[in-house]
Design a protein around this ligand. Structure first.
Ligand code: HDD
Length: 770
């Protein structure tokens, strides 16, 4: 089918997409030689950075693949073997004493197979169990000599391979992708100075200030221990009980109840290193730094009703979206920016930069773009790569160092520790996906699953028998920043950690109207699920301290009165006044950068899914024209009908329905194109399935293009504006195509622009009209 053949595909994997230019791997060997696989010229043109010109390694090719090639297995044309390499004659029947007799203990083939199967599972991650990952590279725009000696920033255009895993936090390994949750954004840089893991989230702050509280937080949000419910959800009593007793979570809760917690795609969310880190230059000078990843496709989210429906229709929604974008050669991209500041600056601020519940407003320190990251290759094997990858905040390289953030301190311990259980021993760094591209040399020895075979008799240092090797690298190795330390050992918090509400209020004040409405809706939803009235009451008291209107609106939704605000223990507040110093007023009270709307992205369709509804007698020429236009704009057009197979348009060749209304309901699409259908010749408009399909797109504020002046189908949804020319709804488009085969280029391009801009929220009401 010509429409299907027009769909884009990943140049690196042509064979898997049945393309003519496919290079099939030689049978029974690893896939190697990137030069053969990549048609470098096309990829190079598309992906060469406009800022740096030609990059270093072959474009579109990930150098880590080289180190992984030694373990890639391709069984094409090969006979089945046991784990000892013995060819297996019969894989159907166990060895028996007579056909109806007992199975023999001697059947080593059966026993090996069953034993291995019995041990296939490993423990899932204690948090962030559900995730999806991809390979790619980071490319520096410029050398950052003034700031750091860190290898990825050594030269303009330098490329460092990366493996990136996105995740939800609370759900189990098989839980739904579109749960309301923080998203993990973990990047492993395979640098030529060893591995650097930047283990961040899509939200720049955290719930708690001290790692001491992390197990409590996670116990509160995970399914309740007596009955194991709910899965992948914070909308239950124990979570809200805990956070309402921990006012330091006020700021993060605002983010978690915002649309940030239901991203449209992993490709459309920001990433943050969260903590303040240090950059160290060749002179040993340190600067404070916060890391920001900004998606080229912009920051875009789902709406809650949609997220819930997607959960049912496709619980792999984000995993599939990432996979399909990369398979289609539509490589996701982020820009890395730094917020760099000095200790002297930080001393002046009203908040403490060691407090992970606070961000540094961009008004105080603007973002400095330093490079870009592109994801170009899906893993070959989910378990070997995505499941076994081990990110550790302790993995840093020369040029980067920690600060005394007490949350970070706990993390530096936790990640290595947890891998030892999860991956079964201290040698998880040898699992191919975790191995650095630099050779490891040290005297650590043995342990479960050891791969390396160290030569010689020396496994200690100093030694003379091994010529003193491996030797200490001195100044060319990792040198910890000599930060000054003073004071007594004590348990407590610094003064500025006591202020919890200024940035929660800053976030609220910086949201667009639609985002504020969604925040109110999220609190209402979550607290309605909470069964204990006193917990609801305490959350309202917390919100009352953040913003009176917010608290009132949430209280209205719960049928409650707003209680007195929670006491504020910050020094200088009404209770703490005169007790111990005082807290300064916030420097910034509104920060437009905190709204999702601040980063609309490049406006391209970026793999957004556009449904073209078709039926017998549809205007084929118009459908084909829209299909082409969507494809050219980088979207994914699909023909949808009641049943798979051919439909005969009014004129021209038959068209193939690729997806059905039943298997891919409305919530899964970013926009819809409705066929011209008059009331006197009804077709889809008399199908409840088609009507609710379109109703969902309408309710979720997605662009709708009507082929013709009006549509019986749209009218059947009861949508306001369904009459001719839309009645001013900015997301409704009517295109006169009426069988003439020509399409209105202006309407087409306004529709495409609207899809790229994501959602016209003007249509939204609470409760929804449709
Ligand atoms: Fe964590 C996993 C991010 C606080 C302990 N965390 C994990 C992952 C991400 C984060 C993205 C998944 C990595 C992957 O894809 O494999 N965590 C964060 C961020 C935090 C944070 C941004 C706050 C700023 N985490 C945090 C604390 C602790 C942990 C305070 C413990 C003291 N996190 C873990 C862990 C996990 C983990 C238990 C579970 C699985 C793993 O490490 O590999 O060690």
């Amino acid at each position: 089918d010509t429409l299907a053949a027009a769909m884009p595909s990943n140049e690196n994997k042509a064979a898997e997409h049945g393309r003519d230019n496919a290079v099939s791997p030689p049978q029974g060997t690893a896939v190697d030689s990137p030069d053969d696989l990549v048609s470098a010229s096309t990829v190079a043109e598309d992906f060469a950075s406009d800022k740096v010109g030609d990059g270093m390694p072959e474009l579109g090719y990930n150098p880590t693949n080289e180190s992984l090639d030694r373990v890639r297995v391709d069984s094409n044309g090969q006979a089945l073997t046991t784990n000892q390499g013995v060819r297996v004659a019969d894989n159907q029947n166990s060895l028996k004493a007579g056909l109806r007799g007992p199975t023999l203990m001697e059947d080593f083939i059966l026993r090996e197979k069953i034993t291995h199967f019995d041990h296939e599972r490993i423990p899932e991650r204690v948090v962030h169990a559900r995730g999806s990952a991809a390979h790619g590279y980071f490319e520096a725009y410029e050398a950052l000599d003034d700031l750091t000696v860190a290898a990825p920033f050594a030269a303009p255009g330098k490329r460092t391979p990366v493996f990136v895993r996105f995740s939800t936090v609370a759900g189990e390994r098989g839980s739904t992708d579109t749960a309301r949750d923080v998203r993990g954004f973990a990047v492993k840089f395979y640098t030529d100075e060893g591995n650097w893991d930047l283990v961040g989230n899509n939200i720049p702050v955290f719930f708690i200030q001290d790692a001491m509280k992390f197990p409590d937080l996670i116990h509160a949000v995970k399914p309740e221990p007596h009955h194991g419910m709910p899965q992948a959800a914070s909308a239950h009593d124990t979570f809200w009980d805990f956070v309402s007793l921990m006012p330091e979570s006020a700021h993060m809760l605002m983010w978690a109840m915002s649309d940030r917690a239901i991203p449209r795609s992993y490709r459309m969310m920001q990433g943050f290193g969260v903590h303040t880190f240090r950059l160290i230059n060749a002179r040993g000078e340190a600067h404070f730094v916060k890391f920001h990843w900004t998606p080229k496709a912009g920051t875009h989210s789902l709406v809650w009703d949609e997220a819930v429906k997607i959960s049912g229709a496709d619980s792999d929604f984000h995993r599939r979206d990432l996979w399909e974008a990369i398979e289609a050669g539509n490589y996701p991209e982020w820009e890395l920016s730094l917020q760099v500041f000095t200790e002297e600056q930080a001393e002046q601020w009203s908040f403490d930069i060691l407090d992970a519940t606070k961000l540094v407003p961009e008004e105080l320190v603007p973002l400095r773009p330093v490079g870009r990251m592109v994801l170009t290759r899906n893993p070959d094997n989910f378990f070997a790569e995505t499941e076994q990858v081990a990110f550790c905040t302790a993995h840093i390289i020369p040029g980067i160092d920690f600060t005394n953030d007490p949350l970070l301190a706990g993390r530096i311990h936790s990640y290595v520790d947890t891998q030892i259980t999860r991956l079964g021993g201290p040698n998880f760094h040898e699992i191919p996906i975790n191995a650095p591209v630099t050779q490891i040399h040290n005297n650590q020895r043995d342990g479960l699953h050891r791969q390396a075979i160290p030569r010689g008799r020396v496994s200690y240092e100093p030694n003379s028998l091994g010529g003193g090797c491996p030797f200490q690298a001195g100044a060319s190795g990792f040198v910890s920043y000599p930060k000054a330390i003073q004071g007594e050992a004590l348990r407590g918090k610094p003064e500025r950690f006591a202020e919890h509400y200024n940035q929660a209020r800053l976030f609220w004040n910086s949201q667009s109207e639609a985002e504020q409405n969604h925040i109110v809706g999220a609190y209402r939803f979550e607290l309605t699920r909470v069964q204990t009235p006193a917990v609801r009451q305490r959350v309202l008291a917390l919100l009352a301290r953040v913003d009176a209107t917010l608290a009132q609106r949430v209280a209205d939704g719960l049928g409650m009165d707003v209680p007195a605000p929670l006491p504020d223990f910050a020094p200088g507040s009404h209770i703490g006044a005169g007790v111990q110093g005082s807290v300064q007023p916030p420097e910034v009270t509104q920060s437009p950068a905190l709204s999702l709307m601040a980063r609309p992205g490049d406006g391209a369709l970026n793999g957004r899914r556009v449904a073209l509804l078709v039926h017998q007698g549809v205007d084929g020429a118009a459908v084909r024209a829209v299909h082409t236009a969507v494809l050219q704009a980088g979207g994914v057009p699909r023909l949808i009908g009641h049943r798979l197979g051919d439909v005969q348009p009014a004129s021209g060749d038959p068209m193939q329905v690729e997806v059905t209304l039943e298997t891919a309901p409305g919530a899964l699409w970013d926009a819809v194109v409705l066929p011209d259908e008059s009331a006197d010749r009804p077709n889809l408009s008399i199908s409840g399935q088609a009507v609710s399909f379109v109703q969902d797109l309408y309710r979720h504020c997605k662009p709708i293009l009507v082929l013709g002046h009006s549509s019986a189908l749209l009218a059947a949804t009861g949508a306001p504006g369904s009459a001719e020319e839309g009645g001013g709804d900015p997301g409704l488009f009517f295109m006169d195509a009426g069988g003439k085969g020509s399409v209105d280029a202006d309407v087409m391009s306004t529709f495409i622009t609207a899809v790229g801009q994501h959602r016209p929220f003007e249509r939204e009401t609470d409760p929804p009209l449709v």
